[in-house]
Structures are given as structure tokens and as C-alpha cells.
Write a protein that binds this ligand. Structure first.
Ligand SMILES: NC(=O)c1ccc[n+]([C@@H]2O[C@H](COP(=O)([O-])OP(=O)(O)OC[C@H]3O[C@@H](n4cnc5c(N)ncnc54)[C@H](O)[C@@H]3O)[C@@H](O)[C@H]2O)c1
Length: 319
């Protein structure tokens, strides 16, 4: 199937990710006139998704980038369903159910039985094996990973993950489709745990937690180091550009003495488990490495989304 053949898209799971994926295709796919169904087993999740979609459309309206009529049409492209048969004639299904392998296998088997053999089946898994998920279907060549970042409507990056049997045509179709709705898809050529983005994030998490564990720095100073050093550079300079600007000979000298000293533990630090046992789960328990208040979290996340949008506009000048 070519990208231009995709007209009907189904999203499975109306939690954090599903509704925003649907909004993306509804808003940025105006010229394709997609019809989008969000399916969930839970009616209450669909109710929540409905109000979330209204809020998100209000936010998009407030940017002034789209006219009201276009947004009204886009909103009407999204349908919420508890009947799985509503997905039957979809050209593309994007699964966004919780990150549990057994559940993904069950859902992929269900979708494979339900849809015509030409339907592409994508998973928004954060790092599970596409090959394994595809193995329960009769069409592994049409199974693929589409790892959107949260929130999918705002974040440009999507990792397109090729399973062992995913066909080049499926990869091409999904890359084209995502580009057509303004995303920045990247191809992950090998189906490795965590794909690429989450591995990079884990490398940073591993080192900051190691430095904290070794009492090299306090949390606040680690935050300052990342934000006002590396963090400030990255929206403007590309990683390999930083390497080029430093000089490959210099970086070789630095990495030669640094690599043996970097954290290479194969387990997360034990203090993480201790914090969890003390009830410090992060924002969801109002305390983790920082303190939060439930009242402020929603407002603060909205402000941060809006700041991310401004940053994105600025970053594009340095592409
Ligand atoms: N939340 C994030 O920040 C984030 C970021 C990137 C990727 N992901 C990935 O996206 C996927 C979805 O994550 P989420 O945070 O949206 O999950 P979530 O728990 O918020 O939502 C999952 C939804 O799936 C529904 N569901 C469960 N079983 C189902 C079934 N059998 N059929 C249909 N619907 C079913 C649930 O009712 C729920 O509404 C996961 O694989 C996750 O790893 C999440």
C-alpha cells in the first residue's frame, strides 16, 4: 500500500498517546481527508479522551495557525468507538495500549484476524521488539513500529522501527505518510530494545544517577550542568557537528581517558528502588527528585508545551 492509499486510520487505545496521534492526522492531514477512529475497551477512557481532544483543539486554535472552519472539519474527522469492528476497513492501525508485551501480542492477533490482509499494523511501543509483536500475525511484512514522542501532536520526532520481516514498501509508506503530516520520521533499521531515542535518554539518565550515587554532585547542580551546558547547545548545534567543531583528534584523546571511567553498570542504581519504597514516585506522588503539587502540574505542563512550541519554531532556523 502506498501512503496516498491510506484514507482510514484507526488508533487503538485512548490513553495518554492515542488521542494526540488521532489529532495529528486530523489536523495536519487536511488535504488527505483522513477518517480516524479511536478505539478503546474502556468507555470511561473514551469519555476522558473526548474532553482532552476538545482542550487540545482549543490550544491549537489559540496559536492562530489554523482557521476555525478547518479545525472544525478536522475535529469531525475523529470518531470515538468501543466497538472493535469499527476498525475493520482501516488501511492503517496504530496500537497505543499499555507497554506490556502480552497485551500487545493479544491486540495484534485480534487486529490481524479483524482486518483485510493489506492493512498495515503499527505499534507505538516505546521499545518492545517489533519482530516479536509481528510474529503473532499472518503479515509480519506489514507490521512496523511508529514510536511517537509525547505529545504526538507537538513533538516532531517519530521513530519508524523496522522489524526483521517488515518490507521496504511498508517502511517507505509510513515514512512518507508521517512526513506528509509534518512529522520528522527517522528510520531505526534494527529492531533493538528501546530503539534509539530511549537508549540515548537512558545513557544520560544512567550517568546522572551514577554521579548522584557517587556523591559527585547534588541534583540541582546536575540539572544546571545539563540545562546550561549540553542542553543549551543541542537545540542549535547537532551532535556530530559538536564533535566536528571540537575536532575528531581532540575528541579521540578525551574519550580515550573518559570511556573507562563512565558508568557501565548493568542494573539501575539501588537508591532508585529505595526512593520508590519510600513512596517517592515522582510527579504522581508529588515528590521524587523534585517536589510537585497536583494543583500546579497541569498548568505547568501546559506552559511547558507552549514553551516547547516556541523553541521548535526557533530550532528550525538551525536545521
Ligand atoms: N505516555 C508516554 O509518554 C509515551 C511516550 C511514547 C510512547 N508511549 C507508548 O505508547 C503506548 C501507550 O501508552 P499510553 O501512555 O498512551 O498508555 P495509557 O495507559 O495512557 O493508555 C492506554 C489505553 O489503552 C487502553 N487499552 C488497554 N487494553 C486495551 C485493549 N485490549 N484494546 C483497546 N484498548 C485497550 C486503555 O483503556 C487505555 O485507555 C505504550 O506502548 C507506551 O509505551 C508512551
Amino acid at each position: 500500500m502506498k501512503a496516498s492509499d491510506i484514507k482510514k486510520i484507526g488508533v487503538i487505545g485512548a490513553g495518554v498517546m492515542g488521542p494526540s496521534i488521532a489529532e495529528l492526522f486530523a489536523i495536519f492531514g487536511a488535504s488527505y481527508d483522513f477518517s480516524i477512529i479511536i478505539y478503546d475497551i474502556s468507555p470511561s477512557q473514551l469519555e476522558k479522551a473526548k474532553s482532552r481532544i476538545e482542550t487540545d483543539f482549543d490550544k491549537v486554535r489559540s496559536t492562530g495557525l489554523f482557521n476555525d472552519e478547518g479545525l472544525e472539519t478536522a475535529r469531525n474527522r475523529i470518531h470515538l468507538e468501543t466497538n472493535i469492528h469499527s476498525l475493520m476497513d482501516s488501511h492503517l492501525l496504530i496500537e497505543a495500549v499499555p507497554e506490556r508485551l502480552e497485551l500487545k501480542l493479544e491486540v495484534f492477533k485480534q487486529l490481524d484476524d479483524l482486518t483485510p490482509p493489506s492493512t498495515i499494523l503499527a505499534t507505538n511501543s516505546s521499545g518492545l521488539s517489533i519482530t516479536e509483536i509481528a510474529s503473532v500475525t499472518t503479515r509480519p511484512e506489514l507490521c512496523i513500529g511508529t514510536h511517537f514522542m509525547n505529545p504526538p501532536l507537538l513533538m516532531p520526532l517519530v521513530e519508524v522501527v523496522k522489524g526483521q520481516h517488515t518490507s521496504d514498501q511498508t517502511v517507505q509508506t509510513i515514512l512518507e505518510l508521517l512526513s506528509s503530516v509534518n512529522k520528522r520520521p527517522v528510520l531505526v533499521k534494527k529492531d533493538i530494545p528501546g530503539y534509539v531515542h530511549n537508549r540515548l535518554q537512558a545513557a544520560l539518565f544512567r550517568e546522572v544517577m551514577h554521579l548522584l550515587d557517587e556523591d559527585v554532585m547534588e541534583v540541582q547542580d546536575l540539572e544546571t550542568t545539563v540545562r546550561y551546558g549540553l542542553g543549551l547547545r543541542l537545540p542549535i548545534l547537532k551532535v556530530f557537528e559538536i564533535v566536528d567543531l571540537m575536532g575528531l583528534d581532540t575528541i579521540l584523546n578525551v574519550l580515550t581517558y573518559l570511556y573507562p571511567t563512565l558508568d557501565r553498570s548493568t542494573n539501575p542504581p539501588s537508591f532508585l528502588k529505595e526512593m520508590i519504597d519510600e513512596g517517592k514516585l515522582g510527579a504522581k506522588s508529588e515528590t521524587g527528585f523534585h517536589d510537585y503539587s497536583f494543583q500546579d502540574i497541569q498548568k505547568s505542563m501546559q506552559e511547558k508545551e507552549s514553551a516547547t512550541f516556541q523553541l521548535l519554531m526557533m530550532m528550525q532556523q538551525y536545521d
